[in-house]
Design a binder for this molecule. Structure first.
Ligand code: ZN
Length: 425
């Protein structure tokens, strides 16, 4: 089974969007005074403006920039900070409706497709596909794999669970130690509808009993996971990897991408270039600031050192030509500010145009959906973002969801603050 395109309801009929400067996601230079035509939610034309056609409504987008809907390849949409005491008193519906609001705010930030890499169950994907709630079309890892006591294991030393792990509707953690555990867990995830498999080849931050330097899933085990997904039609395998050894194990084991990658050696970077392994650096989360009022001097110093090391690693990877896709780790980072990552990508050496491509076509490629998503070209879904911000001179301004003036998903208008598209005539 090849990558599944998560569908969303299509807008029927034809529509022409004219006059915007088109940045189409392929890396091609912007096209002023463009025209994009949609029919039944699919792009049928993108190029210079043509003479009007009788019977096709036109939306005049003069003064705006038109971009593809963005793809955030690393989110945790079920992760919403809640005080432990409040969490214990909640009804399941409160958790579900809170996630629905996160879905909406992520879509309104310009993200029309998102890959949730741990925590979100397929019911949300199905509800978005059906149009019950508005949100990004979803690809899901469902749960992440790590050994007992590793990054996927939420159990505290005394056997209790932290508040975030007791939210209703959370999937079973993917705790695996033996090869048999891996075979059973990967097959169960595929049966439940996983679109990707995530392994943790290092320890993590925020999991109760491990350390970033710990060994997680090994190279041989990554190879086993890759073989298991190939036996079932193939899916991307991605690895949370904070150390160089963990990244190397993932690359050699055949993972399609590395999440974070803050300590890559030049040797591992060369291997990634050779194999086309994608880096998802989640810089928004790396560079989030601690509150100086509550964090100790020592933590702040440690944090600053981590920022420098991480930035240096990602900069060297970018300079060497490792393909980069946009991912935010939203959930750890606040939801609804996903496009803040664009300016972070520019900070590590991408041009603003390349950052847009990392956030659109490159993300779609990583999900295996580049034939249908990621750029504004004929045959692609009508997933579009309209803004008054010039993304090539002021990409940082897109961090604010209010700068995203309108969003279309398969041609359906899901946000339109200025009535730009809804008034088409
Ligand atoms: Zn994550």
């Amino acid at each position: 089974m090849a990558a599944r395109l998560p569908t969303t309801p299509h807008a029927p009929g034809a529509l022409r969007l004219v006059g915007a400067t088109l940045v189409d996601g392929t890396g091609a230079p912007p096209r002023a005074d463009s025209e994009v035509e949609l029919r039944d939610g699919v792009v049928t034309y993108a190029g210079p403006r043509r003479p009007p056609a009788a019977g096709i409504p036109v939306a005049d987008l003069t003064g705006t920039w038109l971009l593809p809907g963005f793809v955030d390849t690393h989110v945790h949409l079920s992760m919403v900070p809640t005080a432990p005491e409040e969490q214990r008193g909640r009804f399941p519906e409160e958790d579900v409706l809170e996630v629905a609001e996160v879905l909406r705010s992520t879509l309104h930030a310009g993200v029309t497709t998102a890959r949730d890499l741990d925590g979100l169950t397929p019911g949300y994907r199905n509800a978005v596909a059906r149009g019950t709630v508005t949100g990004p079309r979803l690809h899901l890892a469902i749960a992440m794999l790590s050994p007992t006591g590793g990054h996927a294991d939420p159990v505290r030393p005394n056997g209790s669970l932290p508040a975030w792990a007791v939210r209703s509707g959370m999937p079973e953690p993917g705790v695996v130690d033996t090869d048999d555990d891996i075979v059973r867990t990967v097959r169960a995830l595929l049966r439940t509808g996983a679109d990707a498999i995530k392994v943790s080849t290092s320890g993590g931050v925020g999991s109760p009993t491990d350390d970033p330097d710990d060994v997680g899933i090994t190279e041989e085990q990554v190879r086993l996971v890759v073989r298991l997904v190939r036996e079932r039609g193939g899916r991307p395998v991605t690895a949370h990897a904070l150390t160089d050894a963990a990244a190397r194990a993932a690359v050699l084991g055949g993972a399609s991408s590395i999440e974070h990658g803050y300590a890559l050696s030049d040797e591992t970077i060369a291997l990634m270039v050779e194999r086309g392994t994608v880096l998802v650096p989640t810089l928004s989360t790396l560079l989030r600031e601690l509150d100086p009022a509550t964090a100790s001097e020592e933590r702040l110093r440690h944090r600053a050192a981590l920022h420098e090391r991480g930035l240096d690693s990602v900069r060297r990877a970018v300079a060497a030509g490792v393909p980069v896709a946009l991912g935010t780790d939203a959930g750890v980072h606040p939801h609804g500010r996903n496009l803040a990552e664009l300016a972070r990508l520019v900070q590590v050496g991408l041009s603003p145009l390349a950052a847009v491509t990392a956030g659109t076509l490159q993300g779609a490629r990583l999900l295996g959906l580049e034939a249908r998503l990621g750029s504004v070209e004929p045959g692609k879904e009508g997933d579009l973002v309209i803004t008054r911000v010039d993304p090539l001179t002021d990409v940082g301004a897109l961090a604010d969801a209010a700068s995203v003036r309108a969003v279309l998903q398969s041609g359906r208008v899901v946000k339109d603050l200025d009535g730009l598209v809804t008034t088409a005539s």
